[in-house]
Design a binder for this molecule. Sequence first.
Ligand code: NAP
Length: 262
Amino acid sequence: MAERYAVIGQPVAHSKSPWIHAQFARATRQDIDYGLIEASLGGFERAAEEFRAAGGKGLNVTLPFKEDAFRYCKALSPRARLAQAVNTITFGERIAGDNTDGVGLVRDLVNRGITPAGSRVLLMGAGGAAQGVVGALLEAGVAALTIANRTETKARELAARFGVSGSGYEALEPRFDLVINATSAGLADESPALPAGLLGRAKLAYDMVYGRDTPFLAAARAAGIATCDGIGMLVEQAAESFFVWRGVRPETASVLRELRGR
Ligand code: NAP
């Protein structure tokens, strides 16, 4: 019988994860069934427990539950512990939490020919997504990392955990090679309030939001800067989750190509 997995979030109906995992399963001949769970705010743990009790083998966790998932898991991978956020849960002897967002982002950058090593990086946001990628960016050898967030204290706290600099947006100066938007502002058709000219001569403006043209990407394009959305990261983090669960690493390029064409 197919083993059951799902993505849990709020909202989650738009998620492409079921389709992506179905492609991975077909290509690697794994018998899995991957669904969607829309949990109410404050209802993460109950929904996760219901799924586990019904025989579920694993969950991907999306906005806004990655920190709830971190608290819920009984065992943590080093990268989940570092992130203090979980996007991949495995139900085995213990409830094990992992975080594949950072690997997903770095692999997508490398696939695009962008080498994080030696780059000066601005990471916008301090929620679950931002927390998930700081460790991987540092591991990839970025030369300098600045974390900025609307609620400045959250940026400072996250930055302090990793020994990098954290601030609000007003204090930023244009000195970045790579600007990554890990906020959910684009979902509301908004952009972090960046000072004019901040993007300067950045090589790439990256928005983790996918499937829509965000105001951040539009502003970057207008400033003549190369842009990309988070669809490649989505596929790469999914591939890493699939590997965590099934021990098989799926090929991603064809899935990404097909997803872009849909
Ligand atoms: P989250 O934990 O809810 O955090 C949201 C973050 O966005 C916070 O830093 C928040 O700032 C900021 N924010 C929200 N609205 C804003 C606005 N109008 N202006 C400025 N900042 C704003 O969410 P998350 O889990 O980190 O996810 C963030 C985004 O990344 C989501 O859109 C998600 O879909 C995307 N994501 C994509 C991938 C991928 O694979 N492509 C993976 C993970 C996440 P405050 O702290 O000030 O509220």
